[in-house]
Design a protein around this ligand. Sequence first.
Ligand SMILES: Cc1ncc(C[n+]2csc(CCOP(=O)(O)OP(=O)(O)O)c2C)c(N)n1
Ligand SMILES: [Mg+2]
Length: 791
Amino acid sequence: MLQCKSMQEALSKYIRAADYLSAIQIYLQANFLLEQPLTPADIKARLLGHWGTCPGINFTYAHLNRAIIAHDLDMLFVLGPGHGFPAIQANLFLEGTLSQYYDRIPRNRTGLAVMAGEFSWPYGFPSHSNPEAPGVILEGGELGYSLATSYGAILDNPSLIAACLVGDGEAETGPTATAWHLNKLIDPATNGAVLPILHLNGYKISGPTFFGRMSDEELLALFTGYGYEPHIVDAYTEEDVHARMATVLDAAVSAIRFTQHCAREGTLQNPPKWPMIILRTPKGWHSIPELDGKRITDNHTSHQVIAEFAKTNEEHRAALEEWLRSYHFAELFDGERFVDEIESLVPRQERRMGNTPYARGGAPYHVPLNLPPLQDYAATATCNLDDPICGMESSMEKIGAYLRDIMKANEGARNVRLMSPDETYSNKIHAVFEYTTRSFVWPRRDWDKDLSHDGRVLEMLSEHSLQGLLQGYVLTGRHGVLVSYEAFAQIISSMTDQYAKFLKIARTVPWRGAVSSLNYILTSTGWRQEHNGFSHQNPGFIDGVLQRQSDFTNVYFPADANLALASFHRMMGSEEEINVMVAEKRPLPIWRSAADAASDIEKGIAIWDFASDEDPHMVFASAGDYPTQEVLAAISLVRKEIPAFRMRYININTLSGGGLGNSKSLVQKHEFADYFTSDRPVRINFHGYPQTIKQILFDYGCDASRFTVHGYEESGSTTTAFDMMVRNHVDRFHLAMEAFAIAEDQGVVTAAEAKRLRELYEGKLADHREYIIAHGDDPIEITNWSWQSRS
Ligand SMILES: Cc1ncc(C[n+]2csc(CCOP(=O)(O)OP(=O)(O)O)c2C)c(N)n1
Ligand SMILES: [Mg+2]
């Protein structure tokens, strides 16, 4: 078909129109059709935007449209360099999607003026891809995440092709570098396909890119090595670049379909070799060749605004006008409609990339999970709380079993995945392998364990890739959870922050339907890193999350397996939140029955009666499993030493960006005293950095003299579990000594008695230190401590 001259004409007219529409967004506030000579009054006061990448995006979008029409493709477009948003917006306008979603942007000169005039304008359109733009599932402001996000989108969407335009600067990022390997996880029988298009416009902001300067041979070797079948389309050397791009795209579509067909009928012999395209175009293609003695087109200088002084400098304005007029836009658009050749490249409405239902959330792709009832998983032997072993359970093992059955219960929908950086076993969540496997479509060996071409678990030692997969999966309506070592979740903190920005806006966009929450479990926590020590001790990921939007971020600190199950159940059933659970993998005492746990997580904070007295002299609170164990141990010690001293214990299961408790049922200021009293001293034992809780308390107007917070003080090492807590002052002995001091202040014990107790406990700390140096482990009375009810 492409040999057909008219198709080439149509493509070049479409691209001319898209380039013009991209450019005027950056510059014009009036005279959008250039019906009069360009004057300073037509030009925006602040010229903001990125031009250089746009022509290559427009070229790609036009060609993808042609392929969609020719092959009736179900295609999603993921743009890596999100700063090329003027091009996205131009194409959404051209294909009619913008008018479909926004009445105030009709597909005529009025709408064109709104689109161009409000770009990069206060309270207008943002400069980068954003959730208000239909079809967008990635902002692309922070570069590097397009490829992994695309792979996430096509999982379990067998008819979908995600065309992913990766910038050559973006391709230098770590997250993109690792994401090329995701082809090894994609079973063509059950998933869609990603078509990566590496856009070599040769430059990033201020210099050449490595990829741009690599030879064709080097590029072909590299991407062949990654397992792709690379095709080069070179606008510099092709006699007819449209014919070449179309041929390559047709070949790519055929290859994808052939691979999928073979896999689906069970005849695929070798690991699939997916096609990819390496597209060389000049940066700022077809714009101003030179200005102020500098090369502009085909140079990094075209990256942002070219002719940037056009409002005040005549030479710049003349160059701008000449450039804009070179598109002869009036020949393509009469103010009401585009010429037929352009219309011929607009896919039917259901196939337009901006209108893809995959990127819209809600039905039909978002189906709430079928969550099995929790009672079947809860630790049933609710402890009598006096037995050291009774009810010891691993939260992570329980969650593994529950997740296994969630996968089973949603088998037909194929809409839940576990992302794990090589740690499904070590994080003790491997019960999932009783139902599923890890995906791996490359050669497998007989002795490989829990590996198959199609599994619900995606394992790769790249937190970036897993996060990208999860984002793509969730934003296309499905459900998942990423389980990470606590310390190394920090690697993706920034991705989470970017996602939170996307979510914040997406939640306000009326046509975006529901998507599930982005869920994390952090385990192998800092308190139990005897194996690994200081490098593995970092509870900082939650800080970034808690500083995000108050109305949709939650961090759960279940103190036992029943609370972990209840928290996980809430996370997996929730929508449009970011949820993080910090959970232990070793067995720990069960403090709460399933019913208690369900009621505790309603609010996310609860007074535990078994450890609390009426009219307390002081309040203890904790968030986290080991910190809770230590507080309860301290309470039982203090009760024994000073029977007349009354304490209350508060368990904080959930913090949110807005304060204490769940984002949907926060502890309000007027409720605060119901938990913490209005005047009693409070000691809080926290899983993470003390500062994290202090910020929250500040917002409740807490009096610093009444509250003391203990937590991880960056005092880590390779040492015993109990010593880690001693070093950070969250252990039972230090806490008990603080209670003795409060008892003295309140006149419950004499100064002499308080001194005696303090010295006794300082002695216990010294003995402990001596003991661990001599024996290499904590003494049994610490390890096997159990709660003693007051007799
Ligand atoms: C992670 C990250 N680092 C730095 C930047 C700043 N930045 C914005 S655009 C850009 C260059 C991008 O080059 P490329 O991917 O080649 O895009 P294009 O040439 O298509 O504009 C850089 C470094 C960023 N957005 N994200
Ligand atoms: Mg570039």
